[in-house]
Design a protein around this ligand. Structure first.
Ligand code: FMN
Length: 187
């Protein structure tokens, strides 16, 4: 089973992207993976916007990336791309912070006009950071995600079905990766 780092790049306190991520976290936990959460908005502003690369909170975030076998990254689409908050974190991480990791990118947006933002904006950045395998991502319209104090997060039918498929593929990729990383006598 894998250690999966679940990263939210939304600045919003009541975030649909983070809600979507928690929904995916539950699917991954149910399959026996260990999920660690990193909400970028909870990092101190002086760490994200400062010039001290040795800030302890940045070191802690980098340590989580190092520890993880795989990473799920969720971002709102802002101005046809991913959030600036997410970029702030990525810019502070080591160049190859994703080396050897399997990555699942997720995005939420207000319009299908930017459904490809994952592929043209986020994917190249993840590649440049050395990701081993970036599986097919998934975009969900904000109005398809309901956040409820009691019921938790609900994702509308077709969007949820597609999400489950990409999570399945992510898990398959994880299984293959863990198998190929294991010594032959442990298989
Ligand atoms: C500053 C800003 C810019 C946005 N730009 C876009 C955009 O270019 N395309 C789009 O589809 N949605 C855009 N949206 C809508 C958000 O992507 C959408 O509501 C998203 O689900 C918000 O996620 P969150 O609740 O996690 O913050 C924008 C929203 C904001 C606040």
């Amino acid at each position: 089973m894998a250690v999966v780092l679940s990263v939210s790049g939304s600045p919003s306190s009541r975030s649909r992207s983070t809600g979507l991520l928690r929904h995916v976290d539950a699917m991954l936990s149910a399959r026996g993976h260990t999920v660690l959460a990193l909400d970028v908005r909870e990092l101190p502003a002086e760490a994200l916007f400062g010039t001290d690369p040795g800030h302890p909170e940045l070191a802690r975030a980098a340590g989580l990336f190092e520890l993880a076998d795989a990473v799920v990254i969720a971002t709102p689409v802002y101005k046809a791309a991913y959030s600036g908050l997410l970029k702030c974190l990525l810019d502070h991480l080591p160049q190859h912070a994703l080396a050897g990791k399997t990555v699942l990118p997720l995005a939420t947006g207000g319009s299908t006009a930017h459904v490809l933002a994952i592929d043209y904006a986020l994917r190249p950045v993840l590649s440049s950071m050395g990701a081993f395998h970036i599986v097919q991502g998934w975009f969900v319209l904000d109005r398809c995600i309901t956040l409820d104090e009691r019921a938790g997060v609900t994702v509308d039918g077709a969007a949820d079905a597609g999400l489950r498929e990409v999570v399945d593929r992510f898990c398959t990729a994880l299984g293959g990766r863990l198998l190929s990383a294991a010594p032959a006598d442990a298989r």
